[in-house]
Design a binder for this molecule. Structure first.
Ligand SMILES: [Zn+2]
Length: 308
């Protein structure tokens, strides 16, 4: 008996041809960012507190005018304390950033990777690609890869590696790809090698400082119990509200760096700039979309001549 009878061969050809046509006729689905609707911003930090400290003010400003912001912690923070660790700490830190997100009016997610063990694997890269696509991001923010902490470095590498790849149709075809590469940004740090932070945009946050402090106030394990530096509980800040408020304001000043003043003048005007005391700044990553001056103003609709 032949392996293929003529009828079976015919069936085989029909099925094969149909499969081929299905392959040709069903391209991967794409989505575009928000040309007309609300802006969509996703921020990646390594630990449940990084995004809140670095982008909390700008996130609150976006949220106040109806734009959509999501913070993602790429680890669960489960070794970030001197007196507790593991699952209970991961749960506690997740609850803390969920409370902070409510204050800021944004969404938040904590990925279940161990603190201190994040690696720039293909699996993690694909998770970041999917998260950026699912959020339909116009803007993606993270720290620079120049950083003392391996989780920070690898978070940055993973996000950089997702830039451009989010637009590639057949990479992770289970999630619609983005038609436009988002704008990728870094928040500031003081590391000088191999290149110091250089701001491309600066946002005055004096009007949302109370909200930012209120959000940070939710993250008790890291600030009032000093995180993994709090080996001696006698040095913890305690429960007194006034003492806590004074501690936060001393530790987090979010002052404007001298190098940012020319940019503040450029975006806010010469008259408004000197009055700005607290700011968050961002550096443009070369691997994402490169916005024009007009697009900067659209993406950061906080300046006197931003389109409203
Ligand atoms: Zn961190």
């Amino acid at each position: 008996m032949p392996i293929f009878s003529s009828m079976n061969l015919c069936k085989f050809l029909i099925v094969s041809t149909c499969s081929l046509w299905m392959f040709v006729l069903i391209p991967p689905v794409s989505v575009s960012g928000a040309e007309n609707g609300p802006l969509r911003i996703i921020v990646f930090g390594a630990h449940p507190d990084d995004c809140e400290i670095r982008v909390g003010g700008t996130a609150a400003k976006w949220a106040q005018i109806g734009h959509k912001v999501k913070f993602v912690s790429t680890t669960n923070g489960d070794v970030g304390h001197a007196a507790m660790a593991g699952g209970p700490l991961a749960q506690r830190r997740t609850r803390e950033v969920e409370e902070a997100a409510k204050v800021l009016g944004i969404e938040t997610q904590v990925l279940d990777n161990h603190d201190g063990e994040l690696m720039p694997t293909l699996e993690n890269r694909k998770e970041i690609v999917r998260l950026i696509r699912q959020w339909k991001a116009d803007i993606v923010i993270t720290n620079r890869p120049n950083d003392y902490h391996p989780d920070h470095r690898y978070t940055s590498i993973l996000v950089q590696d997702a830039a451009y790849m989010v637009t590639v149709p057949y990479l992770c075809p289970d999630v619609p790809y983005l038609e436009k590469n988002p704008v990728f940004l870094y928040w500031p740090d003081r590391f000088q090698k191999s290149n110091p932070f250089q701001a491309n945009i600066v946002v005055g946050i004096d009007d949302v400082m109370d909200l930012k402090f209120k959000a940070i106030d939710c993250i008790e394990s890291q600030f009032y119990e000093l995180g993994c530096a709090g080996v001696d509980p006698n040095k913890w800040i305690g429960k007194d509200e006034a003492k806590r408020a004074a501690f936060l304001r001393e530790r987090f000043k979010f002052n404007v760096w001298d190098a940012w003043r020319p940019l503040l003048e450029e975006f806010y005007g010469k008259d408004a700039s000197p009055g700005i005391r607290n700011a968050e700044a961002f550096e443009l990553c070369e691997y994402g979309r490169q916005p024009s001056k007009e697009e900067w103003k659209r993406l950061f609709p906080f300046f006197p001549d931003s389109p409203k």
